[in-house]
Each structure stands twice: as structure tokens, then as C-alpha cells.
Design a protein around this ligand. Structure first.
Ligand code: SF4
Length: 282
């Protein structure tokens, strides 16, 4: 049995919620923030896939302004497509496509400027263009990289892996609140799990990873240490035991989490829960 890395963070957030979703098969109703987050995610993934095409199309020295226009045109097209792909989900949370566009626009503009600046500076230093520019450019960004391991009993898709000459660095892109310091524990464990999976796939030591909090535009660093393997393995075993068990975990005892939880009503309704337990587990 291999479990998805995303379950590790769900488990750390609230094991009861994970049980309700995976064992009692309850589904959380859609939320505005989740739908906008998915649009942004899809846009960033496609931006990374487009990178080679954009970079190899630069055949001669040009101004920073021209590079910014090149990136912005491409990215806005990608954003519009992502919004159209999520049209039905936007309707479910009462947001129209124009509103979604206005809310996502600033992030895309910012990303265009960052990438245009990076390329501009790389060209200035290395004086290379087209295919040669793409080949020499570091880091290269692999997007949506699939990884899995029998030994770790894990599988997942890493948002981004930045590949340097001899080094792989996993990146997770997250929407939602940014912690005042460091990263949320669930994000730390996710990066640790991806590092182990990358290590196995490429046979390279992974030294660090990053979580990018898209709403605050903050990039937070995580140092990978040897103890993380045991920590990840323990959580995986706990999750497998939970999914195979018939025991509903206790409440998470965190008012803030429960307030925001889409399964709150059912979770606190003893009768409904008992009925579900009988149907799904009996
Ligand atoms: S309401 Fe609270 S305890 Fe219940 S599943 Fe949601 S977060 Fe967990």
C-alpha cells in the first residue's frame, strides 16, 4: 500500500478529519479560497511547463521591458485558461470569472517580473540565447514531478523541483495563511517526504527544500536532516493504521481549525456519525 504525501499534512492537521474523509467518505463543500488556490496552482504549473518555450524563443539581446511583456502575455493567457477550466467550481462558490481574474492578476504580474529579471540578468552575464540559453540556464524548474517508493510506502507529485548542476531542491507552493516564522508543521513534513522520495529517485542527497506562500509571496527555507526519515515513516505507519482501523479519532481540540472546517456539522453530530460508522464499517 502506498499513500499520498498530501495525506501526511491532512493527518497532522486533524486525524479525525482524515478518518471522516477517507474512511467515512465525507466530502468537504467547496470554499472560495480553495478554488482560487487551485486556479493559482494550475497557472503556476503551466507557467513552469511553458518556460522552455519562452526561453528558447529569446534569440537576441533585448530590453528588460520587452522580456516583461513576453512573460506577461504568455502568463495571462495561461491564467485565463485556468480560470475557464475552473468555471463550474467558481460558480459553486459564487465568484464570476472576471472577479477570479482580478484576484489572481497581481500574483501573475509579480511572477512575470521576477522571471523576466532573472533571464535578463542571466543573459547579461552569460551572453547566450535560444537553445543554448535554455541549456545553460540554472536552475531549471521541473514542474509536477511524480515520485513514489515501495520502501517508503509513499507516492506524490512535487509542485516544483529546482535542478542545479548536481542538486535537486523541492518546492511546495501554498495558498492560505503564512506562519509568522518558518513553515507550518504539516508543510515541513511534506517537504521532508518529498526529499526522501527525490533522494531515492535520483540517488542524490537532498539538503534543503522550500515552501512558497503565494499570498504573502514569502519563500521559507527547510533544512533536511537525517532524523526526518524516521519521522515520516512513523507518520505513514500511523496513517495506514488509522485507515485500516474502525476507531474514529477524537476531536482535534483546536477551535480555530474546527471553525474553518467544512465537515464541522457532521463531525459534531453524534447520531449522524454513529450511522455513518455503521454503514461504512459494519
Ligand atoms: S470539526 Fe474539528 S475535529 Fe472535526 S474534523 Fe473538523 S477540524 Fe477535525
Amino acid at each position: 500500500m502506498k499513500i499520498s504525501v498530501s495525506l501526511l499534512s491532512s493527518y497532522l492537521y486533524c486525524s479525525r478529519k482524515l478518518f471522516l474523509e477517507k474512511v467515512l467518505l465525507l466530502e468537504e463543500p467547496p470554499k472560495e479560497s480553495l478554488v482560487l488556490g487551485s486556479i493559482r496552482h494550475e497557472t503556476y504549473d503551466n507557467i513552469n511547463k511553458k518556460e522552455e518555450e519562452i526561453v528558447t524563443s529569446i534569440k537576441k539581446r533585448t530590453t528588460l521591458e520587452n522580456l516583461e511583456v513576453l512573460y506577461k502575455q504568455n502568463y495571462l493567457q495561461i491564467l485565463r485558461k485556468a480560470i475557464a477550466n475552473n468555471r463550474k467550481r467558481l460558480e459553486e462558490v459564487n465568484i464570476n470569472m472576471l472577479e477570479a481574474y482580478k484576484k489572481s492578476f497581481p500574483f501573475i504580474m509579480e511572477e512575470s517580473s521576477i522571471r523576466a529579471n532573472n533571464i535578463f540578468n542571466f543573459i547579461k552575464t552569460n551572453n547566450v540565447f535560444g537553445d543554448e540559453l535554455w541549456q545553460k540556464l540554472t536552475p531549471k524548474i521541473l514542474s509536477e514531478l511524480r515520485v513514489e517508493s515501495e520502501e517508503l510506502k509513499l507516492k506524490g507529485i512535487i509542485d516544483q523541483v529546482h535542478v542545479y548542476d548536481n542538486e535537486y531542491v523541492p518546492f511546495e507552493l501554498k495558498t492560505g495563511r503564512t506562519p509568522s516564522d518558518g513553515v507550518w508543521p504539516s508543510h515541513r513534513i511534506q517537504i521532508a517526504a518529498y526529499s526522501l522520495l527525490l533522494q531515492e529517485k535520483f540517488n542524490k542527497q537532498i539538503k534543503e527544500g522550500f515552501v512558497v506562500y503565494l499570498d504573502s509571496k514569502e519563500k521559507r527555507h527547510i533544512t533536511i536532516n537525517p532524523f526526518m526519515k524516521q519521522e515520516v515513516k512513523q507518520i505513514v505507519d500511523d496513517i495506514i493504521a488509522l485507515l485500516e482501523s474502525k476507531e474514529l479519532p477524537d476531536f482535534c481540540n483546536n477551535e480555530n481549525k474546527c471553525k474553518k472546517c467544512g465537515l464541522r456539522q457532521t463531525c459534531y453530530n453524534e447520531e449522524e456519525i454513529n450511522n455513518l460508522l455503521k454503514i461504512r464499517i459494519a
